[in-house]
Design a protein around this ligand. Structure first.
Ligand code: E4P
Length: 241
């Protein structure tokens, strides 16, 4: 199972990369805006360079299929680890499956994004998507069971031997990460602050504090013992004189 960071914050990416647990990065236009990546090309290139050869998803910004294709082809020239994010449908409900297929046939990796249902996953896999992003949080917003959609999707892909990997995004709580992982997601893409929640624990801190205190006490005891030994030797020497 892989962990991607859902961010365009370079410092956070550097930080988690240094812990060696980072397998990739996902962005979207809202994330780019939030983290000051107003020039998408510049920020995407910076991220790609930072995490190379791990994949970095960069999303097209048009409803028009010809423009999606042109943007996708352009993004793919920015770095060899770019993955082009294509929304499953545009804002008018027109499927982007043809765009996905064309880019994949040109050996461009595609993350078919904004998926909220099992049916979308099935069609994305048939269109050849490299990755399919299920937006877990938004599935729950709609009153559906995200775990069920994830589990059914992964089982179906495995059963029919489709190579598409499921990325679960729209993660809002540490519990969402846990549920996605346990439902069999190939990849979870999470905001950095939730990874903090995953790793930190007040009782782990307290446990380590206890060990550190005892280690200090042991050092003090060792110093005391050494001092007593030195005093004994000095006393013996003066007796002999
Ligand atoms: C990931 O690929 C998505 O872009 C992201 O997780 C969407 O999350 P949101 O539902 O919080 O916007």
């Amino acid at each position: 199972m892989k962990i991607f960071l859902d961010t365009a914050d370079l410092n956070e990416i550097r930080k988690w990369q240094a812990y060696s647990i980072l397998d990739g990065v996902t962005t979207n236009p809202s994330i780019m805006l939030k983290y000051g990546g107003y020039d998408m090309e510049v920020r995407a290139k910076e991220i790609c360079q930072l995490v190379h050869p791990c994949p970095v998803s960069v999303e097209v910004t048009s409803n028009d299929h010809a423009e999606m294709l042109a943007q996708g082809r352009l993004f793919a020239t920015w770095a060899d680890n770019v993955v082009v994010k294509i929304p499953v449908i545009n804002e008018y409900g027109e499927p982007s499956l043809d765009v996905v297929r064309t880019l994949v046939d040109e050996s461009i990796k595609v993350n078919m994004t904004a998926c909220l249902s099992f049916g979308q996953v099935v069609l994305g896999a048939k269109a050849g998507a490299t990755y399919i992003s299920i937006f877990g949080g938004r599935v729950s917003d709609e009153g559906h069971d995200a775990s069920e959609v994830i589990r059914n999707s992964v089982e179906w892909l495995t059963h029919w031997d489709y190579p598409s990997e499921i990325i679960v995004g729209s993660i809002r709580t540490a519990m969402d990460v846990q549920e996605a992982v346990l439902a069999g997601a190939h990849i979870v893409t999470t905001p950095p602050k939730l990874l903090e929640k995953f790793i930190d624990h007040h009782y782990s801190r307290e446990t380590v504090r206890g060990f550190n205190e005892d280690a200090q006490k042991a050092l003090a005891k060792m110093a005391e013992a050494k001092m007593a030994e030195t005093e004994l030797v000095t006393a013996k020497r003066s007796e002999l004189r």
